[in-house]
Write a protein that binds this ligand. Structure first.
Ligand SMILES: [Zn+2]
Ligand SMILES: [Zn+2]
Length: 271
């Protein structure tokens, strides 16, 4: 921990889930029994007092129906559980433009979008002629960002960058060409919101790539980079692992439906 840096709060908020098997989650395929391995969908909120940074924006109910995901709640409306209104979100870090990370931008009227230039280039370039690469993108999400460029609502980064003291972006690539992760300084030291640099703890720990991937070598190198940025392996937060809600202390306020969906990433996990 660095005493000279702010200590941000960081939260993971689950908004959707999907029942699937291990074979869906590793490039080398299924284990013999192809056991259940569900996927959770999160947005993350980082804040230092009144200053709020939303990391990714999730998808909406219509997208969930299209892609047969179980929609639990609107991630943007759910920010109210953390005392944050949509209008108060002035900065959104988009780790990458996949449908489950970059929907709902239309619900954030005052947001500036922080993204790697390379990700937008990838999302509008020749690779999107190829179904294997475009499958996890939704054209309307990408177009929304392009329109934002013309309205001066987008900040581009070319590689690693510092957004504020104790809040940094790192270009990883791999999963998509312009994927970035967020390094945030908390009271337990540097935490890395890995997003889809590692969907599950197991992708990174077992060196087993997730099957949606643009460049496997960059994905593998990305795990090393992420580990190097975090204070310890217990400071890396994977993008889609249901374990996150089990390992981290839960926020005191949770949704009215009684489900425990908001985890405090600035507090130590159980393991
Ligand atoms: Zn993704
Ligand atoms: Zn994802």
């Amino acid at each position: 921990m660095d005493a000279n840096l702010p200590q941000y709060e960081a939260y993971a908020l689950r908004y959707a889930t999907h029942e699937r098997t291990r074979g869906d989650n590793f490039i080398a395929g299924a284990d013999p029994h192809d056991a259940s391995m569900p996927m959770d969908y999160f947005v993350w909120l980082v804040r230092d007092g009144a200053r709020v940074w939303l990391v990714d924006t999730g998808f909406n109910r219509a997208a969930a129906q299209d892609r047969k995901r179980t929609f639990l709640r609107c991630p943007i409306e759910s920010l109210s559980l953390l005392g944050v209104s949509p209008e108060a979100v002035t900065d959104v870090i988009v780790t990458h433009l996949h449908y489950d990370h970059a929907g709902n931008l239309d619900l954030l009227p005052n947001a500036r979008i922080h993204i790697q230039e390379r990700e937008l280039h990838y999302a509008v370039g020749c690779n999107m002629c190829r179904p294997i690469f475009r499958a996890a993108y939704t054209a309307d999400d990408v177009v929304h960002v392009v329109r934002g460029v013309y309205r001066d609502r987008v900040s581009f980064y070319r590689g690693d960058a510092e957004l504020a003291p104790g809040l940094q972006l790192y270009l990883i690539g791999g999963h998509t060409d312009g994927l970035q992760v967020v390094r945030v300084h908390t009271r337990r030291g540097w935490v890395v919101l890995a997003s889809d640099a590692s969907h599950y703890y197991e992708n990174m720990e077992a060196q087993a790539p997730y099957p949606i991937v643009y460049h496997v070598g960059d994905m593998v190198a990305g795990w090393e980079k992420v580990k190097g940025l975090a204070a310890s392996p217990r400071h890396v937060v994977p993008g889609h692992d249901p374990e996150v809600l089990r390992r981290y202390p839960l926020h005191t306020v949770q949704p009215a439906d009684g489900k425990a969906e908001i985890a405090c990433l600035h507090e130590a996990p159980s393991r």
